[in-house]
Design a protein around this ligand. Structure first.
Ligand code: GAP
Length: 458
């Protein structure tokens, strides 16, 4: 964000903010999840997620039908036509989309009894007890409260921030003035966010403490939907530049818009438990800046010299969870492979640019001067990449260790190295080996692992 875009700058705002911030942003009154309990299993669920999962099941069924037909018809297959005309696919798609639309309208009207009735009508069962013995749906506020002050009676109620975005909004004018930023411009930050998630499950997918990477892009009112499309495209290109198969990503446009948005979409990723939100892209209008103006009594406006007037900018937001991004990359990368000789290996095929260790440096033996050559190689490479020395166990076991922790290259020093001043470089993914002169190692590895080379591909 900040390196490739001259008009985007970074900040690090506070986690504790004035309690009125959260009143202004609408979080105190409206940042709720509709929850429902199963009386038999005593498990608690997000009512909206139960319905979304139900719909996703039918979407997958429709996709399966399409794939079966693709195999049957081969080259002549017209997917578009098949989706529009095949009765079975149409039936599944209807079951996938109709409840989503009804859910959106019920939530819009805050009709929680209607949400429960929909769950019952769809005959959604508790995955644990298998029963439909549900409680009523209730709203739970997600704000994480704490206290500021020496004694209980004088303490002030505080909230841990549920999103980093508000730190950007309240600092909008500081950044615009000191950075002499002109519209359109962006402010980005990464930082901790906290939510009182009642249902924190699925490994690190939903946590109570997590790291967000957000960017607010301030634009001229009336241009926001154009910018929304531009940022949708840019963010998808960013995800796909990592080299993960494109079929793992899709957009999911919101039916129910948050109280501050006039357009919103999620970039969803195919996690081991199905397609789920990875990043949110929202057109937040001027809702936040205006609300902070009202609650603080201070103007948060931009003077546009071209138009010769001041206005409250509109905002496009891109918001991604770092932990969720990690889970997406990690779960996709971790693979158990059966090799040609029948043996098995666990390999973490993480993109080389993200791999914590870029190369393992392995002397074939712990003697005959081979460790000393390994050390020289490390001393040469360590300035530009993270490398790791490993001399323990047979070379095959060391390769497996490097595969499992995602190290993209292994550099082996053998007895020939002393003569030809070259090493064997093994590729984690293909397991092919190449002889590379020690003098050329840096220029061989750097284009494959360097952040700069990846940035150029975006
Ligand atoms: N400022 C907008 C905002 O916070 P959001 O959709 O609630 O929007 C943005 O959150 C991103 O933050 C999500 O796409 C997800 O990646 C991440 N995220 C949200 N809640 C999370 C949680 N409980 N645990 C981990 N990541 C979470």
């Amino acid at each position: 964000m900040t390196q490739l875009h001259q008009e985007i700058v970074g900040i690090d705002a506070a986690i504790f903010m004035h309690p009125t911030t959260w009143k202004a942003s609408g979080h105190v009154d409206a940042f709720n999840d509709p929850l429902i309990d199963n009386k038999d299993s005593k498990k608690r669920y997000r009512a909206d997620v139960l319905i979304e999962d139900y719909c996703e099941k039918y979407l997958q069924k429709a996709n399966k039908e399409v794939e079966k037909a693709r195999k049957r018809f081969g080259e002549s297959f017209d997917e578009d036509m098949y989706r529009k005309t095949n009765p079975r696919v149409l039936g599944y798609l209807e079951k996938a989309t109709e409840p989503t639309a009804r859910l959106a309208s019920l939530l819009e009207k805050e009709d929680l009894a209607g949400v429960k009735a929909l769950i019952e009508e769809l005959e959604i069962k508790c995955p644990v007890s298998g029963s439909m013995n549900w409680t009523d749906v209730r709203q739970f506020n997600l704000m994480f409260g704490t206290k500021l002050g020496a004694s209980a009676d004088t303490a002030t109620d505080l909230y841990l921030r549920p999103e980093t975005a508000q730190g950007i909004f309240v600092n909008f004018l500081n950044v615009q003035k000191t950075g002499r930023m002109k519209i359109p411009f962006g402010i980005a930050q990464t930082g901790k966010a906290f939510r009182n998630e009642i249902v924190a499950r699925q490994f690190i997918f939903r946590q109570r403490e997590f790291e967000q990477m957000e960017m607010q892009y301030f634009v001229k009112p009336g241009t926001e939907l154009e910018w929304f499309e531009i940022w949708k495209e840019r963010r998808m290109a960013w995800h796909q530049s990592l080299g993960i198969d494109q079929s793992n990503y899709r957009f999911h446009d919101h039916e129910k818009l948050a109280h501050y948005a006039n357009a919103a979409t999620d970039i969803e990723f195919d996690f081991p438990f199905g397609f789920k939100e990875l990043e949110g892209i929202h057109s937040r209008t001027d809702f936040d800046l205006k609300a902070h103006e009202e609650h603080s009594g201070k103007k948060l406006q931009f003077f546009d010299h071209e138009e010769n007037k001041s206005y409250v900018p509109y905002v496009i937001e891109t918001s991604i969870g770092l932990d969720r991004m990690f889970l997406a990359v990690f779960s996709n990368a971790l693979q158990d492979e059966v090799l040609e000789d029948g043996s098995e290996r666990t390999v973490l095929k993480i993109p080389a640019v993200l791999a914590p260790v870029k190369a393992a440096v392995l002397p074939l033996l712990k003697k005959d001067g081979l460790p000393e050559i390994a050390q020289e190689i490390i001393d040469d490479l360590k300035w530009t990449m993270n490398v790791q020395y490993d001399e323990k166990d047979a070379i095959g076991r060391r390769y497996r260790r490097a595969d499992a922790n995602g190290t993209p290259f292994c550099i082996t020093i053998d007895h020939d190295t002393k003569e030809d001043k070259a090493v064997t470089v093994r590729n984690r993914d293909t397991m092919t080996q190449e002889r590379v002169a020690i003098a050329d190692l840096k220029s061989y590895l750097e284009p494959k692992v360097a952040m700069s080379e990846w940035l150029k591909k975006i």
